[in-house]
Design a protein around this ligand. Structure first.
Ligand code: RP5
Length: 181
């Protein structure tokens, strides 16, 4: 994936120009310090050939940018937003409050409270504004869930997901066979 700062600096106000094809998933995170945690999400999307964009959008430090991103994402053709944040992790919930798109929240583990603070901040949404929350630091699952959501209306991704699951199963069964040899 492109280095995050390069993407942000490229054109801060038009993130979609960072890819030549229409991105379907928007990966956003509160800080560049979240990038190592969010990178697996980008990698899994790449492995499924899902076009995505990736940027820093902070609920606290750049609230106006967050508002612009959230209200415009669906107009730019984004179908799913994956939002990672740590600590007082308001980004996924605030974005979900502003967009009609599905939002997947990734609780990022910080240095102090082991990520439980992030998890609770993201998962405890009030009725009416859901955020699909994955496990602490598990941005891989956020990517996989995004592919499944796209698969509901793009058959190619559904087929790829079925193959991915079959391979996962056969990989485990091969290990079982080896253990039992
Ligand atoms: C949150 O605060 C970010 O999502 C990050 O996980 C955490 C710490 O940010 P930095 O101080 O490392 O920029 O907003």
């Amino acid at each position: 994936i492109k280095p995050i700062l390069e993407i942000v600096n490229e054109n801060e106000h038009d993130i979609s120009t960072t890819m030549k094809i229409q991105p379907l998933v928007g990966i956003i995170m509160g800080s560049d310090s979240d990038l190592p945690t969010m990178k697996p999400c980008a990698e899994i999307l790449k492995s499924f050939d899902v076009p995505f964009e990736l940027s820093i959008v902070s609920a606290h430090r750049t609230p106006n940018r967050m508002f612009d991103y959230a209200v415009n994402a669906h107009k730019r053709g984004i179908k799913v937003i994956v939002a990672g944040a740590g600590g007082a992790a308001h980004l996924p919930g605030m974005v979900a409050a502003l967009t009609p798109l599905p939002v997947i929240g990734v609780p990022v583990k910080g240095k102090i409270l082991d990520g439980v603070d992030s998890l609770y901040s993201i998962v405890q949404m009030p009725r009416g504004i859901p955020v699909a929350t994955v496990a602490i630091n598990n941005s891989t699952n956020a990517g996989i869930l995004a592919v499944r959501q796209l698969g509901a209306f793009i058959p190619g991704y559904l087929e790829k997901m079925q193959k991915f699951m079959e391979k996962q199963e056969s990989d485990v069964l091969a290990k079982v066979d080896k253990l039992e040899e």
